[in-house]
Design a protein. Structure first.
Length: 80
């Protein structure tokens, strides 16, 4: 039997809408606040990764909100 390997966005779309919102908020907080604090250790690579994580935080936050919208539409169309 083949192993099923679903993408995280597919799993979030099939989950309730609020799961995607919480996941999006956690991703944003980790990338915008926690990762830079962990990565800023004085090295050039750490500083670059910290700046990149701050830049990517809003983008990935919005990307993980898309499954919430799709989940709401799925629930609405199914009559829930």
């Amino acid at each position: 039997m083949p192993k099923r390997n679903d993408h995280i966005l597919v799993l979030l779309t099939s989950a309730p809408w609020w799961v995607s919102i919480i996941f999006s908020a956690v991703v944003y907080v980790v990338l915008a606040f926690l990762a830079p604090a962990w990565l800023e250790n004085g090295s050039a690579i750490g500083e670059g990764l910290a700046q990149t994580s701050v830049t990517l935080a809003p983008i990935l936050g919005v990307v993980f909100l898309v499954p919430a919208l799709l989940s709401v539409i799925r629930d609405w169309l199914s009559g829930y």
